[in-house]
Design a protein around this ligand. Structure first.
Ligand SMILES: Cc1cc2nc3c(=O)[nH]c(=O)nc-3n(C[C@H](O)[C@H](O)[C@H](O)COP(=O)(O)OP(=O)(O)OC[C@H]3O[C@@H](n4cnc5c(N)ncnc54)[C@H](O)[C@@H]3O)c2cc1C
Length: 430
């Protein structure tokens, strides 16, 4: 099998990996200042005014020594305030430079897990928190004539259309290979060797690269129930919309945000929903109460449960033990064994960051991270100035997988510039 070599390979094309393909593809940030940035970050603005150059060339180690993490610097340049008022508030601009030889490989089209999020799902945060600095959502909406309030929660379809538009808009589509699953990453003379398989054709490929960015997200590997019957055709880990689930009765297994979304939407579409979860009701109600003011579907689930709708049968401290061919789902509940007969079983039990594809390297040091939004991920320890692993040279960690990055996309995009700058500096290109 031929081996294809690239200077950089990014694995994972979600909101973490995609902006790296654009910035390494030649779109570099320069300071231009803005009224709000200068008023809120006067000392940094004073420093940057003297740097009339590519911000990727900044001495990030010196910044960290001075108490400023690059991730915070670039976030404040992009979002000097949390509210978006106009395009001029973004305190950096992007100019085109020579691209570095970079390939992005991902299972899904760009946009990561948002490709598989339910059709009507709203973001948890304002739309513009999910955007990239080089293409503000307001600018995108303006260019395509879309009426969008970027400070509101936005619907998944608008967000994924935005992500899908990026490769063509920034002329990096030829550097992106989707429908490809990276099976193994191993040490190799030039740095890294990757083995991949096309998820449609089954074709296998080999790659090598000098620098590797791991941006495979918090759900690289979906969890299993590990019960018999899990592979039956009416059992799925993918919930999109109620119309995909003909029939009357559905078991939703979960208890986090994705399960809550599916249970509410199916209930409101007239289905009989059995909602099974392992957690205590107090834990579920804390999530509901924390979210019912800000998120419409949490107000709705609270209303449904408080009105004791018989069509949302919640079972706490409950585990699925077996799924029968005829649709019988066996459950272990605090009141003993229970069997419900259903047309569909939807698993919304999340996933884990998958580091097992790295084989033959020193073990990565991991730190568990949990937040109030129920996001959970074991993050990799990295150098703060460049997000390179402490344990594996030239392995960069994209997005949430890097320790110390908050679990909201507004706070993780800054890693894009620290990683790109470090690679370009190592290559002597800045
Ligand atoms: C239902 C839901 C709603 C959310 N809402 C919000 C929100 O409103 N605001 C917010 O900030 N965050 C939200 N999140 C968190 C979400 O993780 C981020 O928005 C964002 O998607 C993370 O980006 P990422 O690129 O790190 O990971 P992902 O989006 O998961 O992208 C990683 C990509 O890498 C691919 N991949 C993984 N392993 C391999 C491999 N071995 N080979 C090839 N490709 C691979 C994956 O298939 C995926 O396409 C939400 C998450 C979920 C599940």
């Amino acid at each position: 099998m031929d081996t294809e070599h690239h200077t950089v390979i990014i694995v994972g094309g979600g909101p973490a990996g995609l902006p790296l393909a654009v910035v390494l593809g030649g779109w570099h940030p320069f300071y231009r200042g803005s009224r709000i940035f200068e008023s809120r970050y006067a000392p940094i603005a004073g420093y940057l005014q003297q740097v009339d150059d590519n911000l990727l060339g900044l001495d990030m180690q010196a910044l960290v020594r001075g108490g400023l993490k690059p991730v915070d610097l670039f976030r404040s340049l992009h979002h000097p305030r949390q509210l978006f008022e106009d395009l001029d508030q973004v305190a950096m601009e992007f100019r085109r430079a020579a691209p570095l030889d970079t390939l992005l490989i991902s299972r899904e089209p760009v946009g990561g897990l948002w490709n598989n999020a339910p059709k009507n799902l709203l973001t948890l945060s304002p739309g513009q928190w999910m955007e990239f600095a080089f293409h503000p959502l307001a600018q995108y909406a303006d260019e395509i004539g879309l009426d969008l309030d970027v400070n509101e929660l936005i619907v998944k379809t608008d967000l994924i259309d935005y992500y899908h538009s990026i490769p063509e808009r920034f002329e990096v589509a030829k550097n992106i290979r989707s429908s490809e699953d990276v099976l193994r990453i191993e040490p190799q003379q030039q740095g890294f060797q990757l083995s991949s398989r096309n998820v449609v054709s089954g074709e296998e490929r080999l790659y090598t690269c000098k620098y590797l960015v791991l941006a495979t997200g918090q759900r690289g590997q979906l969890r299993d129930l590990q019960v018999s019957g899990e592979d039956l055709p009416f059992v799925t880990a993918r919930y999109d919309k109620p119309e995909d689930f003909p029939g009357e009765r559905v078991v939703v297994v979960g208890g986090g945000r994705s399960g809550d979304w599916a249970a509410v939407e199916l209930h409101d579409a007239g289905k009989q929903v059995y909602y099974a979860m392992r957690q205590d009701p107090a834990v579920h109600w804390q999530l509901i109460n924390d979210s019912r003011q800000g998120l419409p579907y949490y107000k709705r689930i609270a209303d449904i449960l408080e009105s004791r709708s018989p069509r949302l049968d919640t079972m706490y401290h409950t585990q699925v033990t077996k799924i029968g061919e005829g649709g019988q789902v066996e459950l272990e509940t605090p009141d003993g064994a229970r069997i419900v007969e259903v047309d569909h079983v939807i698993k919304e039990i999340g996933g884990v960051a998958d580091y097992s594809i790295l084989q033959g390297f020193d073990a990565l040091q991991l730190t568990p991270m949990r937040d109030n939004y129920r996001f959970q991920v074991d993050q990799v320890q990295t150098h703060v100035h460049n997000y390179e692993s402490l344990d594996i040279a030239n392995l960069y960690i994209g997005g949430y997988l890097a320790a110390g990055i908050g679990l909201v996309v507004i706070s993780m995009h800054g890693t894009t510039y620290a990683i790109s700058g470090d690679i370009l500096q190592k290559e002597g290109l800045l």
